[in-house]
Design a protein around this ligand. Structure first.
Ligand SMILES: [Mg+2]
Length: 375
């Protein structure tokens, strides 16, 4: 049976490390890690390429440990601007398909093929992979399934350079082979709790909680069979190379994420009334809070200010931060008309910045304090 609901999930393989390998052929195939600037022996692995992964090196591992596994490891300093630029180019290419598109993270994208009976999902997946490889010399893994949760799982099952379809004919077979921690949200504590209860594979979870795999929430609107018109929210998040206590650096990241969201919103003529901020750290665990405003905006500086106010209201005092996320929700179509003269001037400035960034590549001009994120 041809399913009406169909999501194609694209997950770039070892994205940061692959970009560095593609740019510098000398590094091709050698075990390589990307880390933050500073002493390469005292930081954390931001990304590892597949040659390094094969040795057991993975992101989040202290670099000292990685070097103890393989002393000749190649080290490249992370260059966020380069990764964001590549991500934006891929996003631009995917927009050309004129399908509902979700920018799930810097290296993950989702196309909603629901109801598009003329499209052959596997052929489309192959076409996308081939084009990304031709343009950037890096590979992507594609997963295709009836909802984003299964599509994302499928993308993980044959990495790197994989293409996996989960449909009614192989659903049981695939889920039996997929360990539970491959499933989105099951990598950490949740997965461990369930694994301790004897649930090892995704199939075990399905037998206990079949409704879990009908999950379609979060990424796309409730599926009505018609392509969705606008996303529910736009978000960006980033895992820092190491825990960060420096307030200015944390704020700089919030600013950069806010600006990235604002660009997305403006490209789709959307404005947002709700800002949600999410922080993760070793002491605070997960912290999330949101606020809805009467006036919607698509101005990165305004989003940033709203996010800071949410943080200021919280009881967090100089927290150690590992990961940061900003989400804009309560979206509506519409161009944001500034009411005040001062705002009108800012609006013209934003439009000029967007034009420059469109012409010369995203992030050529960026707010001064985001330079701290390039440390
Ligand atoms: Mg990836």
């Amino acid at each position: 049976m041809v399913s009406l609901n169909m999501i194609l999930h694209i997950d770039m393989d070892a994205f940061f490390a692959s970009i560095e390998e593609a740019i510098n052929p000398r590094l091709k195939g050698k075990p390589l890690i990307v880390g933050s600037r500073g002493n390469r022996m005292h930081t954390v692995v931001c990304a590892a390429n597949y040659a390094a992964k094969a040795l057991g090196i993975h992101s989040g591992m202290p670099t000292k440990r990685a070097y103890s596994i393989y002393s000749k490891l190649e080290f490249v300093t992370a260059d966020q601007a380069k990764y964001i630029w590549t991500s934006e180019q891929i996003l631009g290419f995917l927009k050309g398909f004129n399908l509902p598109l979700n920018y799930a993270s810097i290296d993950e994208f989702q196309l909603d093929l629901s109801g598009c009976l003329g499209i052959k999902p596997v052929s489309l997946g192959k076409e996308i992979k081939a084009q990304i490889y031709a343009d950037f010399n890096i590979t992507a893994s594609v997963g295709i399934a009836r909802n984003w949760l299964l599509a994302k799982l499928a993308s993980k099952l044959n990495k790197p350079d994989g293409l996996t379809l989960i449909d009614d004919s192989n659903f049981e077979q695939v889920l039996r082979k997929a360990s539970l921690d491959k499933l989105c949200g099951m990598g950490g504590k949740n997965g461990k709790v369930l694994m301790a209860k004897g649930l090892e594979t995704c199939w075990d979870l399905y037998l206990n909680l079949p409704g879990f795999f009908n999950n379609n929430s979060g990424k796309f609107e409730e599926n009505t069979g018609k392509p969705t018109e606008k996303p529910k929210s736009v978000s960006h998040s980033y895992t820092l190379p190491r825990d960060q206590v420096n307030h200015q650096v944390i704020q700089a990241w919030i600013r950069l994420l806010s600006e990235m969201i604002a660009v997305r919103l403006r490209q789709q003529n959307l404005v947002s009334a709700t800002v949600y901020i999410w922080l993760n750290g070793p002491v605070i665990g997960n912290f999330g809070a949101q606020k809805t405003h009467q006036v919607s905006t698509n101005d990165g500086y305004e989003i940033y200010q709203r996010a800071l106010k949410i943080m200021a209201r919280s009881s967090l005092r100089n927290p150690r931060i590992r990961a940061i996320g900003v989400t804009c929700g309560s979206l509506s179509h519409g161009i944001y008309y500034p009411l005040l003269k001062e705002e009108a001037r800012r609006e013209r400035l934003i439009q000029a910045l967007d034009r420059i960034n469109n012409r010369f590549g995203e992030g050529v001009i960026y707010p001064a304090n985001t330079t701290l994120t390039r440390q």
